[in-house]
Design a protein around this ligand. Structure first.
Ligand SMILES: Nc1ncnc2c1ncn2[C@@H]1O[C@H](COP(=O)(O)OP(=O)(O)OP(=O)(O)O)[C@@H](O)[C@H]1O
Ligand SMILES: Nc1ncnc2c1ncn2[C@@H]1O[C@H](COP(=O)(O)OP(=O)(O)OP(=O)(O)O)[C@@H](O)[C@H]1O
Ligand SMILES: [Mg+2]
Ligand SMILES: [Mg+2]
Lengths: 477, 477
């Protein structure tokens, strides 16, 4: 007899937490750090604030906790130790009424809007808190204060997993007697520093490379302190929120937009609620759907909506521009490559915006060659998506697929060679393969743009190499 | 100003449907077929029923729908056509009161128990229905009758995406005047047959290879009919439900089990609710945790629970046996390889059960070499998990990683070569990388077992090849 059951979102992601990157103590420690750092950067550089981010990982356990996650025959793999991870930022903070759900309810987020940001799923902080809770029984601590607020709010929060609701263990308000604003999040969890140390340092270094305007302070469980000091006060223009593009709609989205709109007529609805739809385009779309321009949005039948969608897809509507996106820029990429890899040659390209399923995206590529770049059989690949360094699942990523498909000898490079490629994709929706945000899926339009970008920087390298070869020949004579 | 918002599970998976395999019309058509076929097989062979599964894909649209999903600059990739997919089985059917939620509410499932099954997430059928609904506006149809029922139930169901609740458009009950039992599911969606045809045929063929006891009838949109006829009435022993193993628990799970148990004492709780815990083991665990054996389960504090978990992890508890699992077996694997690849040599191995995070798993491997096996640079890989053929994301799969890491010349094979490897992993929890069930993650214990299994069949091939080489030399003399 089959036993039917419903799961809450928290029960579902608790049972399948490995899908969100929380597969074992080493990976969980890494994922906790990155989810919190990504939240800290979203709270700062997206809001014109020069980021000051402080990351402290402390070893908290006595020896008693050392065997907490041994399992027979795999004592090696899962030996864990109690740690605390604390991340502090000088960002915009949270309104106190949203803290319980922002940290205690899965699928709760301020990033469900059409704007480029690191976060997108409404899971990150909660998964870290969940993992901490199930391995240590301890709630998380959140301290936050918004810029204009005269108060600092303190919360001790855990998750009621069965119901996907926050549990507040403690709450207090303090008067703010200085200009501080931002958020502090502290989580206790069973981690494995030895096994995740390399990846955590790589993550912070690679974040610092492309955010030279950020101060990142890192204190590790062995007591080492590293400070990535800002080298500039110049910040990229933050990304902007935009309206959906008609090519990105489906029947369900259209239904909902028609129900929610304040527009009085269908024409007004199309112009007001969508990107790149002017009055003329709206009238053409409605004509193609056989719908009256002055019809009330709420009066459309399901049949009308299907016709409207059909007409939209068949109409010529200007593609989204990328002006709302925030890219790195060629100067920043070259600077970052030079600083970290000390190559003989470095170049970069930022492509014009392209689009997939109504979402504008920009691909940027950088190339570094020679001198201190470590030689390797395949080009070293530094992947980024919405300014997040991607360190896992490389073989699943479309960026690796493209870089491996390039015939590098055509560009003057014979593998193995000291060659590194950096690729950054930014969009209102990065097509990740999973909620753990580690690899980008091979959406055809995106794959094509990555290839064009990589070939473009490969050609720059080729020119340099052939110019250098010529000079060498000249010198030989 | 940040706009905070909560999503229902259906809103979340609607917005991120590509993560569940519904990324474009071609992929969606494939995913719809496989999700429904997997449900059909779960409803039959897990319940001692020889499966009769009928799959019919019809092209339903006029030309009007052809341009339904064009987007500028990618008219090629997303040109879609209206199809209907209907899958019928002779399985156990559903109790009518569960049909609305089983097909209209995400995260609703009868497979959230500890038993090997193809389904595990409570998403498959709903994602297909959701995709059909958002691309065509049409609800799905479900007809079902349980074995002992005298009634056949008909439902027209769609999903209220905002609330994650079913919407029943039509419902009727008919008297059953024959012995029929099973389920019929019909979904209309925008698909792309030309681009998914190959994969859909591969999926059905590869399902048939390892289920020679199943009849699978397939009618494609071009009118072609293929019948995979059963070649045996012998069925593998169905998998059984088991209790959790102590090594698989965490504080949260323990909390819940203590709250739900009917056991009167802690000792009774441990013996009754867990696998492989007898009275003696229970007393040792409780002693190690400093807890009285006759304590009431409901009386434990959070501190007690943490101590109990610590003691469990540190105790010697017999690992789960694999007896509740349902593997393919060496005979079946060799037969399947011989039938599909017509090799010169085929061999297989079924490993003893191993365990990861409290879940028992069995790895089986098959190898085929020579004659009609197509030569390739890397060994051809046929992946299976819980009897499901995996066709996408091969480069992300741990099975590909292992096969590529083998130094095949040590086994007498010089690549490129006509070599194929089949790998099957079965478990109460397959460690998939994502909810689309296309690749298996590289859990260390699982990766190790896959390697041992592949090396074992590789050695069998090596003996064959060296024996053959010897005979050749003898013949030469
Ligand atoms: N350090 C922070 N400063 C300000 N707001 C924060 C901070 N951390 C979290 N938040 C708020 O809490 C919300 C939830 O964070 P969470 O990481 O769980 O999800 P997300 O960032 O929206 O998406 P993702 O799952 O992709 O990370 C955020 O959307 C943001 O509004
Ligand atoms: N053909 C069928 N016969 C009998 N029961 C079915 C059938 N199809 C679906 N069900 C029931 O409906 C439930 C939901 O199916 P669904 O495919 O959405 O999820 P699942 O199979 O449990 O998990 P997964 O998301 O991994 O497929 C199943 O658990 C099963 O109980
Ligand atoms: Mg986040
Ligand atoms: Mg299913």
């Amino acid at each position: 007899v089959e036993k039917f059951r419903a799961l809450s979102p928290s029960e579902f992601f608790y049972r399948n937490r490995e899908i969100a990157g929380f597969s074992n103590p080493a990976r969980a420690l890494y994922q906790t750090v990155r989810e919190l750092v990504e939240n800290a950067l979203d709270a700062t550089d997206t809001h014109h604030i020069l980021p000051d981010v402080k990351v402290v990982i402390k070893s908290e356990g006595g020896d008693g906790s050392r065997t907490l996650v041994n399992s027979e025959g795999s004592a090696e793999e899962y030996e864990g130790v109690l740690y605390s991870v604390q991340v502090e930022d000088n960002g915009i903070g949270l309104p106190p009424q949203h803290v319980p759900r922002a940290f205690g309810q899965l699928l709760y987020s301020s990033k469900y809007v059409l704007r480029q940001s690191r976060g997108m799923f409404g899971l990150g902080a909660k998964m870290a808190i969940l993992y901490g809770q199930i391995t240590t029984g301890r709630p998380a601590e959140v301290i936050t204060s918004q810029i204009l607020s005269k108060k600092i709010h303190y919360f001790k929060v855990s998750i009621d997993i069965a119901n996907n609701t926050p549990v507040i263990h403690e709450f207090s308000i303090m008067d703010k007697n200085n200009e501080w604003h931002g958020t502090v999040v502290k989580i206790h969890l069973i981690g494995d520093w030895q096994r995740s140390k390399q990846k955590i340092y790589d993550y912070l270094k690679r974040t610092a490379i492309i955010a030279p305007y950020a101060n990142i302070y890192f204190e590790d469980p062995e007591g080492n302190i590293v400070m990535f000091r800002r080298s500039t006060e110049e910040m990229p223009v933050p990304p902007r929120e935009v309206k959906p593009h008609p090519y990105g709609v489906d029947i369900e989205l259209l239904k909902r937009m028609l129900a929610d709109t304040s527009a009085k007529t269908l024409t007004e609805f199309l112009v007001k609620e969508f990107q790149n739809v002017g009055e003329l385009t709206a009238l053409k779309i409605l004509e193609g759907a056989g719908l009256k321009p002055d019809l009330k949005p709420s009066e459309l039948t399901l049949n009308d909506i299907t016709e409207l969608m059909r007409s939209i897809k068949a109409s010529k509507i200007r593609a989204p521009s990328g002006r709302h996106l925030s890219f790195l820029g060629e100067k920043l990429i070259v600077l970052g490559l030079r600083e970290t890899l000390k190559p003989e040659f470095a170049a970069a390209v930022t492509r014009k915006a392209s689009v997939y399923e109504g979402h504008a995206f920009i691909v940027e590529a950088g190339i570094a060659y020679g001198d201190k770049v470590p030689p390797s059989d395949k080009p070293l690949l530094l992947r980024y998506a919405n300014k997040i360094p991607l360190l896992y699942d490389e073989s699943a990523d479309v960026m690796r697929k493209v870089v491996d498909s390039i015939e590098w000898n055509r560009y003057g490079v014979t593998l193995p060679a000291p060659l590194a490629v950096l690729i950054h994709i930014c969009s209102t929706k990065v097509p990740y393969k999973g909620v753990g945000k580690e690899a980008v899926a091979d959406v055809p339009e995106v794959e094509k743009e990555i290839e064009l970008a990589v070939r473009e920087v490969a050609r720059k390298l080729k020119s340099y190499l052939s110019r250098k070869a010529k000079e060498y020949e000249e010198a030989e004579k």
